[in-house]
Design a protein around this ligand. Structure first.
Ligand code: HEM
Length: 477
């Protein structure tokens, strides 16, 4: 009705859109010309202010473009839903990352508690990550300094860390089925750039230039793989020996069923969101961290003098006789600053993950109507020149104070902020530190001789990742 009556007066400002389709053509034209959506939105923000509105078909989208607006919106209890998505419907499963309302709260609480109970986020977990990092380094050494594409190995290693917790197992780097699965996942993260629009605006599906069929087929294959693992867990389930996240979830479902029999209200955890949650942890826990590590290697090869400074710091603090540990982290100031600066500059989820308004909400004097999509432009936050002078320059020193100590900046939010921020943040930070510090303790990364310069320009999608590249890993011993 609101749509027929015209838009309410106090929506945030934004570009004019055609009746029925809104700004679809204008945005589509820019994207086809190669403009990344986060850059386009920064342009709109310069014109309309940090909180602006777009109309995409009959849906209102509000884009948040600076730290204070993202932080404020993502703390608001009514702005924590996820938009209804085509993929949820097609895949017939919900899970922690796509659920809304009370089921989401319950799934999130449960997931965090169980991840913690298996050590995630605690210092004791460093051993598991370290063991995987050592396996990975053996594989890297096997190339004996010859160029190779590090992406598949990094993906496999990082994925093993989360698989260990969620499924209780790791996969050999030679496992073809697992490698295929990871490449399908990577492909979907890319396709979800254009596909994300279809995901939220199913009408786009019928336009000839957009295809969501491949995304669905890939997710189906991933889901089959995960369903088989869950079936195995179910067949071998032992309530006295709960080994991993999947077992814990099955246990909780059984507990809920038992309560039901005695007449107590049924809990919200169900088989449907077991598949969805396990898939979410696997998907979110693999591609993101592996892509960040890819970026760190690239930056080190492109900035050899910074690489040397990190190596010198690690050698001074850790020495050459053992590998770095979490306990060394507070003293590895420059190393931490480098990781932060890579995360800031090559922010891997440029438009975050959209939220939706659960009800009409007043925000900064504007009306955010129910079901409005809220898109955090995290890229704009970490490239805001008011916060980061020369935002496009790689300058790890920006995170060091006068005494050379690393100082975390509140505005560095690669994991988003607020009530729905990434649940893997502690795990990811630990992984990034361990993998990166191990690498630089043992190796020097170099551009292959006679190859064109390595590019620090990435490409979008759901994640912002480097173009395929090859690198040489030289042992420091
Ligand atoms: C959500 C970033 C690693 C699991 C998110 C969100 C972002 C993000 C931006 C959206 C938050 C929001 O809706 O406002 C990252 C980055 C990572 C990373 C940059 C690595 C560098 C991980 C890992 C896990 C994980 C290792 C595995 C435990 C999740 C889950 C959600 C999420 C389950 C959905 C949370 C919810 O909807 O309540 N992540 N993430 N992430 N992440 Fe991560």
């Amino acid at each position: 009705l609101r749509w027929f009556l015209g838009r309410p007066k106090n929506l945030p400002p934004g570009p004019w859109g055609f009746p029925l389709i809104g700004s679809v053509l204008a945005i589509g034209r820019e994207i086809r010309r190669g403009v990344e959506p986060h850059d386009l939105f920064m342009r709109y923000a310069a014109k309309y202010g940090p909180v602006f509105r777009l109309k995409i078909f009959n849906k209102t989208v509000v884009v948040l473009n600076d730290y204070s607006s993202v932080k404020e919106a993502f703390q608001h209890p009514q702005l924590q839903d996820r938009p209804k998505m085509l993929l949820t419907k097609v895949l017939k499963s919900d899970g922690v990352s796509i659920a809304s309302g009370q089921p989401w709260l319950e799934l999130r609480r449960f997931s965090l508690t169980v991840l913690r109970s298996f050590g995630v986020g605690k210092t004791s977990f460093e051993e598991k990550i370290g063991t995987e990092a050592e396996e990975l380094m053996k594989e890297m050494s096997a190339f004996s300094g010859k160029p190779f594409d590090p992406k598949p190995l990094l993906g496999n290693a990082v994925s093993n860390v989360i698989c260990n917790v969620v499924f209780g197992k790791r996969y050999e780097y030679t496992d073809e089925q697992f490698n295929k699965l990871l490449s399908l996942l990577g492909r979907n993260f890319k396709l979800l750039g254009a596909g994300a629009a279809v995901n939220f605006f199913p009408a786009l599906r019928y336009l000839p230039f957009v295809s969501i069929d491949e995304i669905i087929a890939n997710f189906e294959e991933i889901r089959m793989f995960i369903t088989t693992i869950i079936d195995n867990h179910r067949a071998n389930f032992d309530a006295d020996d709960v080994k991993d996240f999947t077992d814990s979830f099955l246990m909780e479902i059984k507990r809920n069923e038992a309560k039901d029999a005695s007449g107590v209200k049924h809990g919200l955890l169900s088989e449907g969101n077991l598949v969805g949650t396990v898939t979410a942890l696997f998907a979110a826990g693999s591609e993101t961290t592996a892509t960040t590590l890819q970026w760190t290697l690239l930056y080190m090869a492109v900035y050899p003098e910074i690489q040397q400074r990190v190596q010198a710091e690690i050698d001074a603090v850790v020495g050459r006789n053992r590998l770095p540990r979490m306990a060394d982290k507070p003293e590895l100031n420059f190393t931490r600053a480098v990781i932060w600066e890579v995360q800031r500059l090559s922010l891997i989820v440029p438009l975050g993950v959209a939220h939706a308004a659960a009800a009409d909400t007043q925000f900064r004097g504007f009306l955010i109507p129910k079901d409005t999509l809220l898109v955090p432009n995290l890229w704009a936050v970490t490239h805001d020149p008011k916060v980061w002078p020369e935002p496009d320059q790689f300058k790890p020193e920006r995170f060091l104070n006068d005494k050379g100590e690393a100082v975390q900046a509140e505005e560095l939010i690669p994991f988003s902020v607020g009530r729905r921020s990434c649940i893997g943040e502690h795990l990811a930070k630990m992984e990034l530190f361990i993998f990166f510090s191990f690498f630089l303790h043992q190796f020097t990364f170099k551009k292959p001789d006679n190859s064109p310069p390595l590019s620090l320009k990435g490409r979008g999608g759901l994640n912002y990742s480097p173009f395929n590249f090859e690198i040489c890993v030289i042992s420091r011993e």
